[in-house]
Structures are given as C-alpha cells and as structure tokens.
Ligand binder design. Structure first.
Ligand code: PMP
Length: 354
C-alpha cells in the first residue's frame, strides 16, 4: 500500500473475480460463461469494426441503443449501453444511493453490490434470505432505500415473480429499484415491460451469459427516460466512450441473430435439468435453478473439499468462503460432455465416502 492511497480505501475489500486460468487447461465451470462461442455474425462484425479503431466510438452508442430498444419494444431514450452490466450497476450505486438513501440487498446475492457500495462510500444494509434461500418480497415493501435485487438471484439461482417485483415498485415510489437480470434468459421472467409503467425501475441485463460475449464487456440498463438521463449524466462524467466499437458492432449483430442465442439457451436449460437430476442421484442437495448454474452441497463432503477435488481433476467450479454459503459450490452449466465429465468425477468422490 502506498502512502498516497485515500485513507478510506485502506480497508477496501475489492471484488474477487472467478479464476481465469492460463497454462493448464480446465473444464471451466466457475464464472457462468457460455460454453458456446459468440454468434459467427457477431465475431464477423467485430472483425470488420476493427479497421475503424483509429476513431473514437460513438459516445451515445446510437445504433446499438436503437437496436436494443427495438428488441425490447421501448424508446431509445429508455436504454443505456455499458461496459458489462457491472458498469451500469456501479453507475446506479453512484447515481441513486447516498448517505440518507442507503443501498439494500439480500445477504446472499451478487458479491459486487457490497463492493460498489464501499468504493462509492455509500451505506448499505442487507436483508436475509429465508432459510431455503428464497427471497421474501415482503421484506422489501415500503423500505425507502435503493433496492438491488438480482432476479434470478446469484449464487442461489432462484427467482421471484414479476408480480412480486411490482409490489416492491409500488410500495417504494420515492426510491429507485434495480432489478439485475444477468441470468433472466435461462428461465426468469423479465421486468423490462414494467419500466414503461414504473418510473422508479431500472432493469439491468448483460451480453456475458446467454449471448456468449463475456470477454467483449457489454451490458445495459433499461428504465424510464428520466432514470436513464440521470445515469447518462454520470456516465458522461466518468467514461463517455464506455462501449468500444468492436463490442458495439458485435452486440448489434448478436441481437439480430437472436435465434442463435435462443438455441444455445435451450441447450443450457436442458443440460441444467440433466445435471440437477444426476447430482441429486449422487446425494447432492440443490434447488431448481432458473439460471445457467446450479448451487449444490453434499451433506457428507465439505464445499471446499468438493471444490479442491474437482480442481485436482481439471474441473473449476466456484467456491465461496462466507460462512452461510461455504458448504456449497456454484457450478456453471456447460456442454453435455463437460457436465458428464463433472458428474463422473463427483461420482468417484461420492463413492469413496460410502
Ligand atoms: N449481475 C450478476 C448477478 C452477475 O452474476 C454478474 C456476473 N458476474 C453480473 C451482474 C455482471 O456481469 P457482466 O459485468 O459481465 O455483465
């Protein structure tokens, strides 16, 4: 630590991303990426855009924003494109949270929320999930705080209904409510249509999961015109050229090839159901996930042990250390072959303890 560091950052716990290994090749089931490459149309569009990299990209991302707005059936002024959905989430913390309006989110949810709050000097509170890891929407009614809900939630994989979100929106008219839909394409119900009815709603989505573009860094926020204008003021105060030309071009092509995304999502969903069934047969306990991952624990083997044994055999999954989830591993859903490799190692491990 240098002596120049801002004092309030001395104890900052930054976000720890899942491992991106180099060297040894792993079956990578630890960061909820898609096992499929981006649409060939997206890679071709990115390659073509490369020759224009001498110019700055469009700071308003007009073509991309319009394409996305048409896709969702909302006006272009209701959409803001960002560098991954992490960026729009960070903008939301900066824009809508302050000392008299803390952020609030579940005790078990996306770990970055806490980090965004801390780095921006915003107070936050957490609300416990129920013991079965479901979120009780009634805990969020009329709380007068800026609410962040991952729906479906990570790492639990569980979703609440749009009707429940609507109750939260109605009862918090003076506060922004952010619904993080990073995993919605794998089985959740999107709240995007509600953005045209409730001016306190911001929905965030990403190209990192269902659209196979995690490395391109593309995300977005959809909300009322006024919310998006506020977020744009912050964006233009931090990073006007936040979506690079290659990513922007790839994003437009990917949306136009939605059929490709739908097909991949159907395969992932099918592989998730298969994996869930197989893991249950091996004695693992897991919920019915609505995402591209499952969150599983075994009553007789510690979460860390499962993680380490899989790693030894060349399979990476995500293990978290906080006490309330340390028994679990979050396992991304890959191809059928990858899931069979996982199941076969887990079978060996569970047979040893018999
Ligand atoms: N929200 C949730 C719930 C996530 O799990 C992730 C992925 N780590 C993100 C947002 C951010 O994803 P990205 O920045 O790649 O869009």
């Amino acid at each position: 630590m240098s002596k120049y560091l801002r004092p309030e950052f001395r104890d900052l716990d930054s976000y720890v991303p899942g491992e991106q290994p180099t060297g040894r090749s792993f079956i990578k089931l630890n960061t909820n990426e898609s096992p499929f490459p981006p649409s060939p149309k997206a890679t071709e569009a990115a390659a073509q855009a490369a020759s224009g990299l001498n110019l700055y990209c469009d700071p308003d991302n007009r073509e991309l924003t319009k394409t996305m707005a048409d896709y969702f059936g909302v006006p272009a002024e209701c959409v803001l494109m960002t560098n991954g959905s992490d960026e729009i989430l960070n903008f939301a913390f900066i824009t809508f949270c302050h000392s008299s309006c803390p952020a609030v989110f579940a005790d078990i949810t996306y770990g970055f929320y806490k980090v965004f709050a801390n780095v921006n000097g915003v107070p936050y509170e957490t609300i416990p999930l129920r013991s079965d890891m479901t979120l009780d929407y009634r805990d969020y009614l009329g709380i007068n705080k800026t609410i962040f809900i991952a729906n479906p939630n990570a790492p639990t994989g569980l979703a609440i209904s749009t009707g429940e979100v609507e109750e939260i929106l109605k009862s918090n008219p003076d506060n922004a409510v952010i619904i993080d839909e990073a995993y919605v394409d794998f089985g959740g119900e999107s709240c995007v249509p509600l953005t045209q009815k409730y001016d306190n709603l911001l929905v965030t989505q990403t190209f990192s999961k269902s659209r196979s573009m995690a490395g391109a860094r593309l995300g977005m926020g959809i909300g009322s015109k006024k919310l998006i204008a506020d977020l744009n003021t912050v964006k233009f105060s931090i990073n006007p050229y936040n979506v690079n030309s290659m990513t922007g071009a790839a994003g437009i092509a990917a949306i136009k090839d939605d059929e490709y995304t739908r097909r991949n999502c159907a395969v992932i969903t099918e592989n998730r159901e298969y994996t869930t069934e197989q893991l249950r047969k091996l004695g693992f306990e897991l919920n019915n996930s609505s995402t591209n991952f499952v969150f599983a624990k075994h009553p007789k083997i510690s979460g860390e042990d499962v993680y380490l044994r899989l790693r030894e055999k060349g399979i990476l999954v995500r293990h978290f250390t906080p006490d309330n989830i340390k028994d679990y591993n979050r396992i991304s859903i890959g191809t059928r072959e990858q899931m069979d490799a996982l199941i076969s190692v887990l079978r060996e491990i569970t047979e040893e303890i018999k």
